[in-house]
Design a protein around this ligand. Structure first.
Ligand code: FEO
Length: 398
């Protein structure tokens, strides 16, 4: 049965949510599910902005027929060709024989790569800044390559100031009726998932996100309508500020996060001793994560949030403990930079993890590495504890 909501008098949300999928992109845990947003604009002409993942195709098709109420579907605008949004293009082309597909050159190349469809007489190829009139509503197309794929564009509707932003400004999390940001407690229930979504999916492309933000700043936006998560219809400056910080790799919080790997609890103990010392010195909201039991997407999210990062790690096979190594490689891949970092290593006979971690951190931009590196031989003793104390003092005042 259909399940839609009006966004404005002319725009209907025809998307849906998947609460059964365990891993987004078969990679990222989504305990709160995920929403796939799609929007139908009805004027003299009708235009659908993007489709949805195949997991909710049945609902999606019912939503469209309900919202159209017997009208034809004239245009499908394809802002993004990742299959969580483009899985119903061929189905819609079959159901609506006069449907025209709106996209850029790269969009159509990808449609051909993914699907066996006859695009003859079905394509409207647009360039940056082109317009498409639907009647009172006019769409213009703003290219946003690599936010998140090279073909990505955003669609701006001029009369109502609606920015259909593709993946940008989206979030993990299923939508439960409340599709607007002012209907949810975003800070409490959504911010962490929005940050985890952005940093892991688009985090690498800060420069491209900055370019898109500059384009967005040139037009009057009343509403941001992403492909995942809530629609933003007020307090846009809050969201834009978050995106600005994330894409500039500036920390949101002046805060300490300690990431540790520990085989038998001794490196964990050193992490706890450092955290306790910092807390006694007045540092608040310290976070500690075990890299073996915390998904790397959460670790990455925290590296984008906090200003001060500590890596505590055993030496393993004359290298970095595997969970920590994977995390550091992900940090590098996602361009994490501009942080103050410290290292604690453990090794029962030949500790080398600290040196290797610092080498990896040194390949990331503008990382300030605090010295000394604390070296633990099997377990913390008074001499190594004194080094933890010395390290602690370097964080103060935070
Ligand atoms: Fe939600 Fe890049 O797809």
């Amino acid at each position: 049965m259909y399940c839609t909501r009006q966004v404005t008098d002319s725009v209907t949300w025809v998307g849906g949510s998947d609460r059964r999928l365990a891993l987004f992109e078969n990679l990222f845990p989504i305990a709160r599910g995920v929403a796939y947003n799609s929007y139908l604009i009805q004027d003299e002409k009708t235009a659908l902005i993007d489709t949805v993942d195949s997991s909710i195709s049945r609902l999606f098709i019912e939503n469209i027929y309900h919202a159209l109420n017997g009208r034809e579907l004239d245009y499908l605008v394809v802002n993004h060709m990742e299959p969580d949004h483009c899985s119903n293009i061929d189905e819609l082309m079959l159901r609506f024989p006069n449907l025209k597909i709106v996209g850029n050159t790269k969009t159509f190349n990808m449609i051909r790569q993914f699907y066996e469809v006859d695009l003859e007489n079905r394509m409207v190829v647009v360039n940056e800044g082109d317009t498409l009139s639907l009647g009172k509503h006019t769409l213009t197309f703003v290219f946003a390559p690599m936010v998140h794929w090279p073909e990505v564009m955003m669609t701006y509707e001029m009369s109502e100031g609606l920015l259909f932003s593709a993946d940008a400004f989206g979030s993990f999390g299923a939508i439960g009726g409340n599709i607007f940001n002012d209907e949810v407690n975003f800070d409490r229930d959504w911010l962490s998932d929005a940050r985890r979504y952005y940093t892991n999916i688009v985090g690498k492309y800060g420069v491209q996100v900055q370019a898109a933000l500059k384009k967005a700043a040139a037009v009057k936006i009343n509403m941001i309508l992403p492909l995942h998560g809530p629609i933003w219809r007020n307090n846009l400056e809050y969201l834009l500020d978050k995106y600005n910080k994330w894409s500039l790799y500036q920390p949101e919080d002046k805060a300490v996060v300690i990431f540790y790997a520990s085989m038998y609890g001794d490196t964990e103990n050193a992490a706890s001793v450092l955290a306790t010392g910092l807390a006694e010195a007045g540092v608040k909201d310290i976070k500690i994560y075990d890299v073996s039991s915390t998904h790397v997407s959460t670790l990455i999210e925290e590296t984008f949030r906090a200003s001060h990062l500590v890596f505590a790690c055993p030496t393993y096979n004359m290298g970095i403990y595997p969970g920590m190594l994977n995390f550091l490689h992900d940090m590098k891949a996602l361009n994490v930079q501009n942080r103050t970092v410290a290292v604690m290593e453990n090794g029962s006979w030949a500790p080398v993890a600290g040196k290797l971690i610092k080498e990896l951190l040194g390949t990331m931009k503008n990382m300030t590495i605090l010295e000394p590196t604390v070296t633990i031989k099997s377990s913390l003793k008074e001499d190594s504890r004194a080094k933890v104390e010395e390290l602690k003092m370097l964080f103060l005042p935070l």
